[in-house]
Design a protein around this ligand. Sequence first.
Ligand code: MV4
Length: 648
Amino acid sequence: MFNKILIANRGEIACRVIQTARKMGIASVAVYSDADRNARHVKLADEAVYIGPSASSESYLVVKKIINAALDTGAQAIHPGYGFLSENADLCRHCAANNLVFIGPPVDAILAMGSKSAAKKIMANADVPLVPGYHGEDQNPAVLKQAADSMGYPVLLKAAAGGGGKGMRAVYAEDEFDQALAAAKREAQTSFNDDLMLVEKYLQKPRHVEIQVFCDQHDNAVYLFERDCSLQRRHQKVIEEAPAPGLSEELRQRMGSAAIQAAKAINYQGAGTVEFLLDSSGAFFFMEMNTRLQVEHPVTEMITGQDLVEWQLRVANGETLPMRQDQLTIHGHAFEARIYAEDPDNDFLPSTGTLHQLRAPIESNHVRIDSGVVEGDEVSIFYDPMIAKLIVWDSDRARALKRLTDALSDFCINGVTSNIPFLYNLASTAAFRSGDVDTGFIEEHQDEIFHRRQEDLDYAAPLAAQAILAKRAERSKQLAEHSLEPSSPWHLTDNWRTTGIEQHSLAMLINDQPVQLKADTSVMPAGIKVVNNGEHHFSNSSDFNLFTPQGVFHCTEAQANLGLDEDNHSSGNLAAPMNGTVVTLLVEAGASVSKGQPLLVMEAMKMEHTIAAPTDGQVGEFFYQAGDLVDGGAELLIFVAADISAAL
Ligand code: MV4
């Protein structure tokens, strides 16, 4: 076995490969760019080599730098991960030329699968089922149109050099064909510098079911069952699962055998994935073959109990496959959700920045987190903004799905916008729960997925109120413990509410929705009701995230009316009306004051503002001194209304 390998990648996959290498007693070499100088994979590796500027094109994608890093550190093999150079024939060739083992397939297999039309030709010869269509060299428009007419509309025009949904155009009727073909060829020429076209029967909302295959150098080949990756948005996978919901054992075996046939047709070695389109009738058709370990491989690991990176290392080292087909079984069900720093409410644009808070769910036999970052790291603009992969497992799909929604609710991220609420809403839809998933799912259910339901708000509001009350009680308790007067009411701990407040008027923004609540803490648990969700002037006195099973709610507490609510004579904590500076305190802490008596002067926007006593009462404590800068909405002092303090 290798003594040392180099991981030519970054982020979560680099960390994941390093972990298996360590488990096997193999030393690891990381490579890193400027932006990744302090990255997690650099810290986890035994050694690390700087390979240049942050832009991938000047670092992670430079074959010469990767090869030199391996040679300079005495690494015997290179693991390419996924993306970057993982399917790059040049890296494969340069490894061979430098007596380095490429942990992946032979270069001919990479080349064979690199072109969609070449791949389909190979698969046709291997009797692997293809979508009915034309994949020929003759690109005479009349030939292509004849093929379309004979298979019947709708048809799909696909650029042979395309991929990931790029260069596809549907044609619904014969009279649209010529114009559509001309447009598709122009686009392909522009995008791929190659306008070779395939024509296929257009399958309506198929499922994307892929088979994990593994082949060693001794002509052994197995499939490790399937993954359903139909849940995609703009051809990016969002949630993957294994096994595929509702797939019969008979269909699984037929797809697995077809995948093995595809692998053998190209003398495959290593980990590979054969992607199929599965239509509603149960017919399946070869789409493409990926000659690398996939992002979503963990769900296969969870249901088979196998470490696929360990398999890769053993196979690359010339060992036979660790298991035979008859030894592999499916146990339970697994999901993977890709946690991204992106904003679903802003067309999923990446949300770069600092991960001020990153608290992942606790890992267990049921919850696995593959992450390349830790709290405090930057999510940079240079690379894919994936924060982590959340993988869950349980004994059946329903239980695994509950694990998923619970874990998403426990995943706390602050500092960047994440797609967690989107993932949670998606996983919570009835259609997803029923396993009724195909490639059109997100499009079809987007109202339910993207729309923050009113009931979510009503659900969140009382929870947010409880959070505010708890925060206030905690703050008052802290103050009481440091208060000046031994006789001060703040010392009373006989369940007396430290601020003496029993009815609260709370106002807040919940996910930008104004909400007003009345809370009565004279009863336990606090009686809280949502009142008219009227408009309020909000000052962002304090923001907090409410992480709930319904997803994350961003809450901004504020005073609807400063300090007192007209229709009840409770006292309150007086808040600064806006950002400003405290000019002077006009009374001592602990002083008794009368309604309207000036308590404090602050300056804001070149004007002086006097904060006056909302009613007769007592100043509990000032939180600021003269000269202090104050954020709008910040609590300036604690004030206890006379009718409350009289009762003490
Ligand atoms: C198709 C298809 C329907 N009919 N081919 C999308 C990208 C590439 N992987 C192939 N794709 C498709 N090919 C025929 N003949 C529908 C898709 C497709 C799709 C496939 C898998 C996963 C998600 C998809 C989303 C949209 C379209």
